[in-house]
Ligand binder design. Sequence first.
Ligand code: IVH
Length: 787
Amino acid sequence: MTDAQTAAERIAELRSEIEHHNYRYYVLDEPNVPDAEYDRLFRELRALEEEHPQLVTPESPTQRVGGEALTVFGTVKHEVPMLSLGNAFEEQDLVDFARRVREGLDLPAGDLFGDGGKVEYSCEPKLDGLAVSLLYENGQLVRGATRGDGTTGEDITANVRTIRNIPLKLHGTGWPPVLEVRGEIFMSKAGFEKLNARQAELGGKTFANPRNAAAGSLRQLDSKITASRPLELCSYGVGRSDGELPKTHYDLLQALKKWGLPISRELKKANDIQACLDYYRDIGARRDELPYEIDGVVFKVNDIGQQRELGFRAREPRWAIAHKFPAREEVTELLDVEFQVGRTGAITPVARLQPVQVAGVTVSNATLHNMDEVARLGVMIGDTVIVRRAGDVIPQILGVIADRRPSDAREVHVPERCPVCGSDVERTQLIKRSKGRETVSEGSIYRCVGRLACQAQLKQAIIHFVSRRAMDIDGLGDKIVEQLVDRELVRSPADLYTLTYEQVFDLEGFADLSTKNLLASIDNSRKPTLARFVYALGIPEVGEETAKLLARSLGNLERISRALPEVLTYLPDVGNEVAYEIHRFFSDEHNQTVIRQLLERGVALQDEGGVHPEYAASTTLAGFLGKLDIPYVAVTGAKNLAERFKSLDALIEADWLDLSAMKGVNERAKRAVREFFEDPDRSAKSRAIEAQLREFGMHWESERKKVEGLPLTGQTWVLTGTLEAMSRDVAKERLEALGAKVAGSVSAKTNCVVAGPGAGSKLAKASELGVKVLDENAFIAALDAMS
Ligand code: IVH
């Protein structure tokens, strides 16, 4: 604030700037400032308003926090009733609708799709949320209401004011003095997931789906609760208004957008019913990718004059229709709960259901995730349950219809022995660590202790090992893995590499050629990258990304398998749990045998190398001391100890006098340091960690090296023809690991083409453009030189 500027002026300036950013973010989806900048403006405004409370107005962006809780909602009468929509389920329903529209408008009938008289439609998704009415008087939001029975709704003004993308004041000019906006309040899929995770953590109620979450959040007597929920508005029309408005629905929504109200990004015009059907198919195909749930699309006659002419029938407009998608939720009976054993031995309950059609597919099984979920749902065998199927995901049980519970319903119990191998079932309490302190959460998992001796775990381990993103053994489907395990031909992943022609040929469904093909693809998998191999091992908690990180940072299998958990936690994103899982996996004797056998049987890792320079010199002595968890030694204490003693050895060797003379560390901490290192186990352990860090090149003697980029950063490579020494996928991964982009076609921008035998047009194009070409041998040599 400059001297000349008053607080009032600055407040006005900040509000308008924040509103502008809100508009860009929520309505245009084109934010142009980083979050930090926005937060700074917001904080400045809040501080100024705190200093000058008389300048706070209800429209200020700071006022979206909710107010006093109500005891009851007031009622609101809708002067223009809030109607519902007729539904179309089949294409024919839509064709009939179009015919009725044409008849209503006295337009001539046409062919099947009614092209006789043209009617333009406006198309929008049908969001699955709750209808609201928002009343703006002279541009100010003065009232929000639910739909209620369509004539009378509830006054939820305090609640809607907390919703971030609802403007408290209309933007621009040209809006009528009275404007009642109608729209849907919904929760995005991501917002819903986050809210449920938060609720679960706090031990609160979780919601079955985003719609229920939106409803439960909006109809809160305490608007502070609404303020904490990720609700959004999508406007789709106007109720009351007292001025000139655009002549088409499409233009009306564009005007709302201009005035700061969010509308659907999927809004489109269609010039006949065929185009509406195309829209329905297109949105249907993208249904899973949309960030919010929809249950159909809505078509509205675009011309408002025509809408008036058509009017209403009972409680539905004749000018609009909802074309519904198949329902994703259905009701059925839970026949039984069985237990499945996963790759890591986790025993998970699976619901066996009375088969039911959901979104066009018969569903007879659904996942129940774990016993905590069973408890949360309160589900019993025999219950009537709500199942949901969406996209490719496994059907889920959303809830129980409690009043349909039969008298002979049974509780769900975890078996005491593994249903597959009969081993003991062990219960592990899930432990959540928050900020170094251990907090025991209520969750628990049940595990079969049989490991690879349990056929279920063995099968899953092999299925994972051969999968496309792991060892990529083509043609080894789940059914074949089952046979191999059932016939005891394979007892560990290493046994895949000793399978003989006769053994495979004998399997069901195999003939000469298919046997040779499978053996060839097993053979071809012998040259994985280190990252793929680590991923294929199926270490608990180690997904593809962690495997890549381990490979990239530690460089070879030997280091990864020997790394102490404390050393692993120096890698970004590797926390204590993951580090211990990795260490435990490689310390296990059986796992060591399998890995040794794999290597003896010809699996050769392609890209082993040194420790990545980024991790060398990645620690400080102070950081190291901080991680030792010496009581009372926090960041500053560790820093001061490091500065004074310069090395771990000196600190361990320090006598009491040295320590007690030292400043910047309190008495309790000094005593704790002495006691810690007096314990021979602890000092030996600390030395071992330090020695390994040093051996891996992760030391604190030099400045941390900044890695500017990888050898091929900014380059585009193209692979063509057949590569013999490695698969295309592996070649691509190795190039990407070096920073290159791998493209599918050659252009003047291509830096290099790798051409194997059989290369055709891409090779020709490369020569024509003068792009560098490498054969496979030269390529491998180049890779080795750069790795
Ligand atoms: S127009 C007179 N457009 O669906 C027309 N409704 O079954 C009134 N809905 O209560 C509704 N998305 O809550 C319209 N793009 C959309 C919609 C939509 C969702 C809901 C709305 C309404 C219900 C009608």
